[in-house]
Design a protein around this ligand. Structure first.
Ligand SMILES: [Fe+2]
Length: 152
């Protein structure tokens, strides 16, 4: 039996979250007629898919199989972002759904893992880089969201 670090579950959760974010952001990008939003969503979706792949690889590098876990909110998210409601309404819906996330969130967990000495250095380094990219994505999305919210 190989020893399986406990934080593998976190890496697997990140993998799932990122791959799903790629799917729904891309679906929204295809639906919207707002050029800036479309561009930003496509840009961030590509990053999310890539993060999904990178964390999938890291789980495997650490000797564990990836595990698929259902996200009961996912189908609803895709349904909302591909629906005919306005982009402003979609943004409001997504912000509300974020507040419903159970604690600790995946983000809270990986922020803790970055500081955790029991996590291997390469994974911590990966998590730091990932956090920087996620923050950059959040900043880019927030700018476009604000344009849309203020134009309504
Ligand atoms: Fe992400």
């Amino acid at each position: 039996m190989t020893s399986r670090p406990q934080y593998i579950d976190l890496l697997n959760d990140i993998r799932l979250q990122e791959a799903r974010a790629g799917v729904f952001l891309e679906a929204w990008a295809k639906k919207t007629n707002n050029k800036d939003l479309k561009e930003c969503l496509s840009f961030v979706a590509a990053r999310e898919y890539s993060h999904g792949d990178i964390f999938e690889r890291r789980v495997k590098e650490l000797g564990s199989p990836t595990v698929d876990i259902d996200d009961p909110e996912f189908d609803e998210k895709v349904r909302v972002v591909t629906s005919d409601i306005s982009d402003a309404e979609k943004i409001a819906w997504l912000k509300e759904s974020r507040l419903r996330q159970p604690a600790p969130t995946v983000r809270e967990r990986y922020e803790a893992a970055m500081e955790d000495d029991s996590v291997d250095p390469l994974t911590r380094s990966l998590l730091r880089w990932f956090t920087d990219v996620e923050n950059d994505s959040v900043e880019a999305m927030s700018k476009v969201y604000a344009q849309i919210e203020n134009s309504g």
